[in-house]
Write a protein that binds this ligand. Structure first.
Ligand SMILES: [Zn+2]
Ligand SMILES: [Zn+2]
Length: 152
């Protein structure tokens, strides 16, 4: 109604018809008469704005499972025993051999996973090498997604 009134004033009291409410027409008429039109819609970021969006990162966050899982001695030993047994590291789920593609540095793609997630337990427990699995980073992530999924 305010909009209609303003439009009517702009058009010297002329009756305002629905077609005037085409927002472009209405805004044009108002602006021609020196009114300032402010868009009260929340600002929709353009694709370009989105490109430049930034968030703070790097703050310390508690990652319970991974922190608990990483008993470095066990992880190291699991990888060593695995290499002794099979000659090299590969993913026990998908068979990926990152060493083939990346050489020695590819070993960092193989992570050690607890078959029984530690987060499902209270406190600590004794873990044997058989409780552990060598997984590539992708399979490891999927395994944890499955664990999370079955929990919810
Ligand atoms: Zn894998
Ligand atoms: Zn894991």
């Amino acid at each position: 109604m305010v909009f209609g009134k303003a439009l009517s004033i702009c058009r010297n009291g002329e009756r305002i018809r629905p077609f005037h409410f085409n927002s472009r027409t209405a805004i044009k008429i108002l602006q021609m008469r020196g009114f300032e039109c402010i868009n009260t819609q929340p600002h929709q970021p353009s694709a370009n704005d989105r490109q430049n969006e930034r968030e703070y990162e790097g703050q310390k966050r508690l990652q319970k499972h991974y922190v608990r899982e990483r008993n470095r001695t066990l992880t190291k030993r699991k990888k060593e025993m695995f290499k002794l047994k099979h000659g090299y590291l590969f993913c026990e789920l998908c068979g990926l051999e990152p060493i083939q593609a990346y050489g020695k540095i590819g070993e960092s793609c193989i992570e050690v996973h607890h078959k029984t997630p530690l987060s499902s337990l209270e406190g600590t427990r004794e873990t044997t090498l058989d409780d552990l699995q060598c997984l590539c980073a992708n399979c490891h992530r999927i395994e944890h997604a499955i664990i999370r999924d079955t929990k919810s």
